[in-house]
Design a protein around this ligand. Structure first.
Ligand SMILES: Nc1ncnc2c1ncn2[C@@H]1O[C@H](COP(=O)(O)OP(=O)(O)OP(=O)(O)O)[C@@H](O)[C@H]1O
Length: 247
């Protein structure tokens, strides 16, 4: 299977400190992957590289069937190419309803010019209904986003990202601050999304990662320390030494 994203031999230094060290990572077009690793392992920097926020000192990052390089593209162009990123804290428009938030996301799409001259069409209402249903917010469309629970805000933001039809979704610590029921629902949602697009989840919560039931990449000192099922990587002595055995 050809890969959607390929990161190869990437190195990034900050003031001489190698935050990412010869990192090689790839993910297929409809794959769910969890990234775990101790604090400072390079997880956020990895996502910064893929989204264009940080440019590496060396290595390659390619995306799509044509293996187009992402390294020369701006953050906006990378987003338009199909890379969406969900940060840890929800960033929805609290004073707008769920419908309005989703409408704005659809309006923006991946192409900023679409906002100009955009008119609401029946198809958009269907799309909003489908997005809300996908994230379990069908009954909350008229509510202000600010009234939603933390988990519901996170799902709304995921729906807003889905409105832009990303081919790769990067999700940073989705379980943080969620109730158990919300975490379980989020697991189901991410598994469902990964049936049609690639999803990379950075997460510290091992129970959450276990429920994702996907391939896991362990980062340490900016490189891949181990990769495989959660059971496989948690039996790896290097992983136990640097991560699981601590504290
Ligand atoms: N802009 C920066 N300037 C200097 N050092 C940085 C910068 N960004 C990251 N680092 C360093 O690079 C290393 C990797 O950081 P990164 O935030 O990617 O780790 P992480 O795995 O996401 O950690 P956490 O689990 O705590 O979020 C850390 O040692 C961090 O201090």
């Amino acid at each position: 299977m050809s890969q959607l994203l390929e990161v190869s031999g990437v190195t990034v230094s900050f003031d001489g400190f190698r935050a990412i060290n010869n990192l090689t990572f790839s993910i297929g077009p409809a794959e769910l992957r969890a990234i775990i690793g101790p604090n400072g392992a390079g997880k956020s920097t990895f996502m910064d590289i893929v989204t264009g926020k940080t440019k590496p000192d060396s290595g390659t990052v390619t995306f799509g069937e044509k293996s187009a390089s992402l390294l020369k593209l701006s953050e906006a162009k990378i987003a338009r190419a199909g890379v969406g990123r969900k940060f840890q804290r929800p960033t929805v428009f609290e004073d707008q309803t769920v419908t309005e938030n989703l409408t704005l996301a659809l309006k923006a799409g991946r192409n900023p010019w679409r906002v100009l001259g955009w008119r609401s069409k029946p198809a958009d209402h269907d799309r909003i209904a489908a997005l809300a249903a996908q994230v379990g917010l069908s009954d909350h469309l008229p509510r202000k986003a600010g009234e939603l629970s933390h988990g519901q805000k996170q799902w709304l933001e995921i729906a807003m990202l889905l409105a832009q039809e990303p081919r790769l979704l990067l999700v940073d610590e989705p379980a943080a601050g969620m109730t158990l029921a919300e975490r379980e629902k989020t697991t189901e949602l991410l598994v469902d999304i990964a049936k049609t697009r690639a999803v990379v989840v950075v997460e510290h919560d091992m129970e959450f990662v276990r429920r994702l039931n996907c391939r896991v990449t362990v980062l340490h000192d900016g490189s891949v320390l181990a990769e495989g099922s959660l059971d496989h990587v948690t039996k790896n002595q290097d992983v136990i030494d640097v991560y699981l055995g601590r504290g």
